[in-house]
Design a binder for this molecule. Structure first.
Ligand code: NAD
Length: 247
């Protein structure tokens, strides 16, 4: 589609699949990564088409975000689509976590999943005009809680509200903002939960009796960012294999 797209957390998982999907659709992609330069380079090397770039920043650091987004916009010419995909998911069950660890888990998780995404967005909208699209990756956990990762669940619920607020703020400028709430997806983030017997338990949460692939989630992100989906602004797409029906 010849648009400029910034995908955060694109060195693996859903972000890497999204980078691939946008590139296959004819867009130029800034492949953002936090720590693994070689993994991001490998993603970049496989993208079809030309003009893709790497973009590095630790999303816990607002200064790094500002320079990363400005460099990506300069390299691509603009940012037409932003996918706030990067996220962390760490256990901190309330009864088994020290007060220090609890503090750290909340500030780290909200710092990346919510404040990081908000900061990337602030920086990116300076390079975005009419027809712009922002897709924020939330989670099914936003709606049913995460007993062992409460900061994660809270961050993903906040992402829903953030998406709705920005849909209202930016709609008059012709920028549509949506969120997607995936269920279990086969990525490194979910590897522990989906290992061994975990896979069987989790796949049966869905009437389809399986979990999602990163490519499926990426295809839904591509749709939400498409010109055809503009009227879906403010939408939160449940993308969980119908698992909410079985819970
Ligand atoms: P993943 O762990 O494979 O990818 C997460 C990406 O975020 C990685 O590339 C990582 O480097 C990046 N990242 C994390 N912290 C960062 C930081 N401080 N700075 C820069 N980058 C950072 O996981 P995934 O499953 O591909 O997750 C992608 C998104 O999908 C996340 O927002 C996640 O919460 C969401 N999600 C995943 C699932 C699932 O089952 N896998 C379900 C629902 C929602």
């Amino acid at each position: 589609m010849n648009r400029s797209v910034l995908v955060t957390g694109a060195s693996r998982g859903i972000g890497a699949a999204a980078a691939q999907a946008f590139a296959a659709a004819g867009d130029r992609v800034a492949v953002h990564y936090g720590s693994s330069h070689s993994a991001a380079e490998a993603v970049l090397a496989k993208l079809p088409g030309d003009g893709h770039v790497l973009a590095h920043a630790d999303l816990a650091d607002p200064a790094q975000i500002l320079s990363m987004v400005d460099s990506a916009a300069e390299a691509l010419g603009s940012i037409d689509v932003l996918v706030n995909n990067a996220g962390i998911y760490a256990a901190h069950p309330i009864r088994d976590t020290s007060y220090d660890e609890w503090q750290r888990a909340w500030s780290d998780t909200l710092g990346v999943n919510l404040v990081g995404a908000a900061n990337v967005t602030w920086c990116a909208v300076r390079h975005m005009g009419r027809g712009g699209r922002i897709v924020n990756v939330s989670s099914r956990g936003a709606f049913r809680g995460e007993p062992n990762q409460p900061a994660y669940g809270a961050s993903k619920a906040a992402i829903v509200s953030f998406s709705q607020s920005l849909a209202r703020a930016l709609g008059p400028e012709g920028i549509a903002v949506t969120a997607i709430a995936p269920g279990w997806t086969t990525t490194d983030m979910a590897a522990e939960a989906l290992a061994g017997d975990g896979y069987n338990r989790r796949r049966l949460e869905s009437p389809l009796e399986r979990v999602a692939t990163p490519d499926e989630v990426a295809a839904a992100i591509l749709y939400l960012a498409s010109p055809e989906a503009e009227f879906a602004t403010g939408t939160v797409l449940d993308f969980n294999g119908g698992s909410h029906l079985r819970m």
